[in-house]
Design a protein around this ligand. Structure first.
Ligand code: ADP
Ligand code: ASP
Ligand code: MG
Length: 408
């Protein structure tokens, strides 16, 4: 008999029929003698709808109130699933974040889980009851409701699994595992039987939204066995493993992309010590996170400084940069939002040279211009024009032979 945490995403909770399907799945695990704790998302599209409603009143309104509103989506689905479980003969009890409680810090809309009191959930399990917990939400020190950032129910699932020392955390979604790239963009993408935490962390941080990055961090830190599976098709899914113990590591495990970035360039800034700090300091002070940075010095003693930020921060960044441009005597400030970042990820890169040049050659052959490049030990990212996203992903998927499984 095992203790399993199962998280069901928005599509899996998308209608009454689907919720009843989920209830039958949970009942089947429970019927086999396992203790099951369920975490759910809001119905698909609901969180977007709620945030749009909130922003229609004041887009720059209080984030505490945004959280209060957004968290209601999950309050509905926990109740619905508990009812559906009751109907198939399983005793279930629903819990919002504060009823558990799941304690977080006070950073609204991107709160971090600090502590979970799992006592009540544990005693429910021992009494044969299935607790159904609202994902994505918690409560902070002043008793305000917080949310964990978009896709945050994954993190609730893994954090509960860690707190309960569960045997496995199963993330049920609308794909049957983690693929070499988003199957919506490359239909030839292949499901991976397993992937290392390190690679999954890179893929998630570079834009693969199949798992929220914090859930992967949590799973790695607390050594929670984590599996991604389909709600609708039976199968083994993808296991996220601590170590890849295969002798033959694939060179590239996957391709991620991120449509949420915007690029800003300040050109013709006088080249002197401290200029990078002078530009990025005020951006950081405005609480804007910078992703890629490129600086190059021209022959005329002036430098061009380019960086990317999240598109949500684009307008604010542009305001800061326009002010700074004048102060620093820059020639101009240019910007673009029609860009994407495409990244190759693989632990096998460590031991192989030439991956970057192969990537750049493949993109060039497809007529795709690279605007920015950044590399780290197990990833290479490029920024390109958004219109080439699909072409770039498919070109790289083919160039690196990702549609066929590596020889065992
Ligand atoms: P849920 O609502 O269940 O949390 P999400 O939409 O957050 O589901 O995540 C599942 C989606 O992630 C898939 O439908 C797929 O389009 C997308 N995705 C992006 N990258 C990958 C990948 N490498 N493997 C599988 N799915 C991916
Ligand atoms: N409902 C939240 C969202 O849409 C959390 C989640 O689905 O994981 O972001
Ligand atoms: Mg998700």
């Amino acid at each position: 008999m095992a203790l399993i945490v199962q998280k069901y995403g928005g599509t899996s909770m998308g209608s009454v029929e689907r919720i009843e399907h989920v209830a039958r799945k949970v009942a089947s695990w429970h019927g086999q003698g396992h203790q099951v704790v369920v975490v759910v998302s809001a119905m698909s599209g609901e969180t977007d709808r709620l945030l749009k409603l909130a922003k229609s009143i004041d887009p720059r309104g209080s984030q505490r109130e945004f959280d209060q509103i957004a968290a209601t989506g999950e309050q509905v689905t926990i109740g619905l699933l508990a009812l559906a479980l009751g109907k198939v003969g399983v005793s279930a009890r629903s819990y919002t974040g504060w009823q558990v409680p799941i304690r977080t810090d006070g950073s609204h809309m991107k709160a971090r889980i600090q502590e979970i009191d799992a006592e009540r959930l544990r005693s429910d399990c021992e009494a044969g009851i299935v607790p159904v917990v609202a994902g994505f939400q918690g409560i902070c020190d002043d008793n305000s409701v917080t949310t964990l950032g978009r896709g945050g129910s994954d993190t609730t699932g893994v954090a509960l699994a860690a707190a309960l020392k569960a045997d496995e955390c199963q993330i049920y979604t609308d794909v049957d595992g983690v693929y070499t790239t988003d199957p919506r963009v490359e239909p030839k993408a292949r499901r991976l039987d397993h992937i290392t935490f390190e690679e999954m962390l890179e893929l998630a941080s570079l834009g693969s939204k199949v798992l929220q990055i914090r859930s992967v961090e949590f799973a790695g830190k607390y050594k929670v066995p984590l599996r991604v599976l389909s709600t609708f098709v039976d199968g083994p899914g993808t296991l996220i493993t601590l170590e890849d113990n295969k002798m033959e590591e694939p060179l590239i495990s996957g391709i991620a992309f991120n449509r949420d970035e915007a690029q800003i360039t300040m050109s013709g800034v006088p080249d002197r010590p401290g200029i990078a700090a002078a530009i990025l300091g005020p951006v950081g002070e405005a609480n804007i996170e910078v992703d890629m940075i490129v600086q190059n010095v021209g022959g005329d003693g002036a430098t061009d400084f380019t960086f990317t930020v999240h598109r949500n921060d684009y307008e604010r960044t542009l305001e800061v940069m326009s002010r700074l441009g004048a102060e620093l005597g820059a020639k101009g400030v240019a910007s673009a939002t029609d860009i994407v970042k495409v990244s190759l990820v693989g632990v096998g890169m460590r031991s192989h040279a030439g991956i970057a040049s192969k990537m750049f050659k493949a993109l060039a052959a497809a007529g795709i211009n690279i605007r920015m490049i950044s590399t780290s030990e197990i990833k290479i990212s490029v920024v390109i024009e958004e219109m080439y996203l699909e072409l770039a992903v498919r070109t790289l998927h083919k160039a690196f032979g990702l549609e066929t499984a590596p020889a065992a």
